[in-house]
Ligand binder design. Structure first.
Ligand code: ADE
Length: 423
């Protein structure tokens, strides 16, 4: 117990630093802050308990405060064992009265204990980043858990894939809104957020110079596109590996070299995985890497790297710098694995910048309100964020950035909605 509310955090004395950083992030989150002011007046989430399994960062803190101001009872746990900002967790508990169960570096057992702790709060809405919370609910032997829940929101690509697969098997037991799929989320957060924060994490971990490096980007979804474009901007030569022919073609026409990982792994200075899949870099790739190759993952789970395979071909390893593990191979080569293969942007840096999380979390807040209002009409399916919410987030962000755009004249609108011009 901290501050008389249930919590498990590293150190409550970190709260004052956390509060300063939460307030600093809020300056860059004008859309969320407008929603917060409205929520504080209208209380659309009154009486609703929300359990969030999210990266516990300054941006997530601002989301949690917005939901709380909207009348919700909010509980938070981490969606990755390495992504928690301990000062933020402390401030959430001490300054904002939000039950938080998250400690940076927690082990697997603690990670699941913390998930169970937020579920003990009997949530009505689950808010996930990777679908671990919803999976815990659906595999729980406690039937009361499900009976309290009327909906959920999912933040990330990997989570949406898992949830759609549950829905296809008829095993999804409550409606979920796929926040990731909103245009104002993945076009910006996945691309510019992951692009910048991945390079930030690798830079903080290694202090390496990007200019002149051969950087292999595995996966050319929105996250991969962002990383490839930012690495190019820093002067790296980017090679993309893909399994999807259309994405591979896009990467080639965006100006990147495209080749199989089998070849790319031999010439890479840095390899970054963002495929959302399994073993994009496997033992056979580790076997042929150059001495000194740096390997990082920025996809949701660390299974993108075959770390067991790397362990098998290594005769020793040591931490040579925070977040940098040196693996020694029999022939004397060294391979550097960053952040245990966990999301490098959150493990070694602060995740996506607040200005982009502003839009992602505005979608989360408005989607929770939507669930609360429409719970009676929703089925056990994965839903898109309603277009009006997505468009409103885009409009508010433009306004906050002081950008004005044109509107169609009546004549232009008529033209675009007619088939019989020019005939
Ligand atoms: N995911 C990526 N970056 C994040 C951040 N800064 N806060 C919460 N979730 C994130």
């Amino acid at each position: 117990m901290e501050n008389n509310i249930p919590a498990d955090i590293k150190d409550i004395n970190l709260a004052s630093e956390g509060k300063k950083r939460i307030e600093w992030a809020a300056r860059e989150m004008p859309v969320l802050s407008q929603i917060q002011s409205r929520f504080a007046k209208e209380k659309p989430l009154k009486g609703v308990t929300i359990a969030g399994c999210l990266h516990v960062t300054t941006e997530t803190a601002n989301l949690a405060i917005t939901l709380r101001d909207g009348g919700a009872n909010v509980l938070l746990c981490a969606s990755n064992p390495l992504s928690t900002q301990d000062d933020v967790a402390a401030s959430l508990v001490a300054d904002y009265g939000i039950s938080t169960f998250a400690i940076k570096g927690e082990n697997n057992d603690q990670y699941y204990d913390h998930i169970n702790a937020v579920l003990d709060g009997k949530p009505n809405i689950t808010m996930d980043d990777g679908a671990d919370l919803v999976t815990a609910v659906l595999t729980s032997e406690n039937p009361d858990l499900l009976s309290n829940i009327f909906g959920g929101c999912e933040e990330t690509t990997t989570g949406v894939i898992r949830l759609k697969s549950l829905a296809n098997e008829g095993r999804l037991k409550y409606p979920i809104i796929a926040v990731n799929d909103a245009d104002t989320k993945h076009f910006f957060d996945n691309r510019y957020g992951t692009g910048q924060s991945t390079l930030d994490g690798i830079t903080r971990a290694t202090n390496m110079l990007w200019a002149g490096k051969t950087v292999v980007v595995a996966g050319y979804g929105w996250c991969g596109r962002g990383v490839a474009s930012r690495a190019t901007g820093m002067g790296s030569q980017v090679i993309v590996t893909e399994v999807d022919p259309i994405r591979a073609l896009e990467a080639a026409m965006d100006g990147h070299r495209v080749m199989p990982m089998e070849h790319a792994s031999k010439i890479a200075d840095v390899i970054i995985t963002l495929t959302g899949g399994l073993k994009a870099v496997d033992r056979s790739h580790f076997e042929v890497m150059k001495d000194g190759a740096v390997i990082a993952n920025s996809g949701h789970f660390n299974v993108e790297l075959d770390i067991d395979g790397l362990e098998e071909i290594s005769n020793g390893k040591k931490e040579v710098r925070q977040y940098v593990e040196e693996y020694q191979l029999d022939d004397g080569r060294k391979i550097y694995l960053l952040g245990e293969g966990r999301l490098i942007n959150l493990a070694a840096a602060e995740g996506h910048p607040s200005a982009v999380m502003d839009m992602s979390f505005a979608n989360q807040a408005l989607s929770s309100e939507y669930l609360a209002k429409n719970k009676a009409d929703l089925k056990n399916e994965v839903y898109s964020v309603p277009h009006e919410i997505d468009a409103e987030v885009g409009r508010l962000k433009l306004e906050a950035m002081g950008i004005k755009i044109d509107a169609l004249t009546k004549e232009q609108d008529h033209y675009l909605n007619s088939w019989n011009f020019g005939t």
